[in-house]
Design a binder for this molecule. Structure first.
Ligand SMILES: [Zn+2]
Ligand SMILES: [Zn+2]
Length: 157
């Protein structure tokens, strides 16, 4: 997938991001902006370390710890989120448009897809009373096309 998939709306995203920061009383620091912009520019659902490597093109002395903390801050203010089901290290997503994830259990690729009926999942009433639901999502796992291909080949040979 091309890396600039999300780029067309990135200016709007930055405006939205700055608004979120102000709403939460967070300073808009160059580090926060750089981490946010980097995350949004990657469609690989990167780990903090992967984001850090890229941010260093811009801010060469930024520490992994700062990037990690910033990513969690972004998640807290709703500018990003932790991708479900990928375990440790956590992986982050700056794509806030409605979408779902397919996780390849073999190569670890997280692939975005969008199936509209999955956007509106009904929470059973008995759960509504017990929990505060912050996020609902459908998440699929299995083998991606590439891994399936490799697996099929090795069966034939
Ligand atoms: Zn795969
Ligand atoms: Zn995603």
């Amino acid at each position: 997938m091309p890396e600039n998939q999300h780029n067309s709306s990135n200016d709007n995203k930055l405006v939205d991001f700055e608004k979120r920061c102000r709403q939460h009383g967070l300073k808009i620091t160059p580090q926060r902006v750089a981490v946010y912009k980097t995350l949004v520019g990657m469609d690989t659902h990167p780990t903090a370390e992967e984001v850090c490597q890229k941010v260093r093109d811009e801010i060469s002395n930024i520490s992994l710890d700062t990037v990690n903390r910033t990513l969690h801050t972004l998640s807290e203010i709703g500018a990003a989120f932790v991708v479900e089901g990928t375990g440790q290290p956590r992986r982050f997503d700056g794509g806030l448009e409605d979408h779902q994830h397919f996780l390849c259990m073999k190569c670890g690729k997280v692939i975005d897809f969008h199936h509209k009926p999955f956007d509106n999942i009904d929470i059973p009433d008995e759960l509504k009373g017990q929990f505060k639901i912050l996020r609902k999502t459908v998440y699929l796992e299995g083998l991606c096309g590439m891994c399936m291909h490799i697996e099929n080949k090795s069966i034939i040979e």
